[in-house]
Design a protein around this ligand. Structure first.
Ligand code: ATP
Length: 235
């Protein structure tokens, strides 16, 4: 469903991503692991069109994404949940979800139907529909950020560190919902520093170091790999 080849990106004269190649098959959850500064966020932003690569090719659902703007990628079914959630603090939960569709000029009935689907997945968001987003807990804001991405009816989600700043139980809850979303046929590429959680839900994983893929394979195998255990699992 998503692939990139020879992907290079950076900031000014600093190259961050070096000749990256990754693939995500339809229906998979794939994890992208790596320490701070490895380039994970830069890769997701490059895939979603928020950052321009200096070289390489990205394909999504059979077509090339070169020159395709970020909003057009969303319309094609590729949605991005950014690091740090970035919900609109002064809007209510319902408004945060609705703004994601306003640019599409959908009919009221369709928007209500999409809201219902998100609320069914995250019942706590329904209970807090009229609450301002700043007053939500970190876990609820993460669910809102994921819900907002789902409003665009994506086929694939790019998730940037969904466990960041969450207490362990909340992080597990967020990952349980990611699993539910995937069962509902959504493909997921998740960037994560919480290696245990990510390898638990993912089918395959890549490990990024200094902007290069240094390991790739089945998640179950990687979780037993001494290099992953020593560097990322604190074993
Ligand atoms: P983290 O887990 O800490 O978010 P990451 O793996 O997502 O790290 P990136 O945020 O992609 O890593 O950053 C990769 C490198 O690019 C870092 O050295 C960072 O300092 C640099 N970088 C990121 N954004 C910018 C920017 N806007 N301008 C200049 N350098 C940047």
């Amino acid at each position: 469903m998503l692939s990139c080849r020879g992907l290079c990106a950076g900031y000014g004269s600093v190259q961050v991503l070096h000749d990256l190649a990754i693939e995500v098959e339809e229906g998979e959850i794939v994890a992208l692991l790596g320490a701070n500064g490895a380039g994970k966020t830069t890769l997701l932003r490059t895939l979603s069109g928020l950052h321009r690569p200096s070289a390489g090719a990205i394909r999504f659902d059979g077509t090339a994404l070169d020159g395709v703007a970020a909003e057009a990628r969303v319309r094609r079914g590729l949605a991005h949940v950014p690091e740090g959630r970035r919900v609109f603090p002064g809007l209510t939960v319902r408004e945060n979800l609705a703004v994601a569709t306003s640019a599409w000029r959908r009919g009221r009935a369709r928007i209500d139907g999409d809201l219902d689907r998100v609320f069914a997945l995250f019942p706590r968001l329904r209970e807090r529909a009229a609450q301002l987003a700043w007053s939500l807990s970190g876990g609820e804001q993460q669910m809102l950020a994921i819900g907002r991405a789902l409003m665009s009816r994506p086929r694939m989600l790019l998730l940037d560190e969904p466990s960041l700043g969450l207490a362990p139980l909340l992080a597990e809850e967020v990952y349980a919902r990611i699993r539910d979303i995937n069962r509902g046929s959504l493909t997921v590429l998740v960037v994560e520093q919480n290696t245990v959680l990510a390898l638990d839900v993912a089918r395959r994983a890549y490990v990024l170091e200094n902007g290069r893929i240094v390991l790739a394979g089945a998640a179950a195998e990687l979780s037993r790999d001494p290099r992953v255990r020593d560097a990322y699992l604190g074993a």
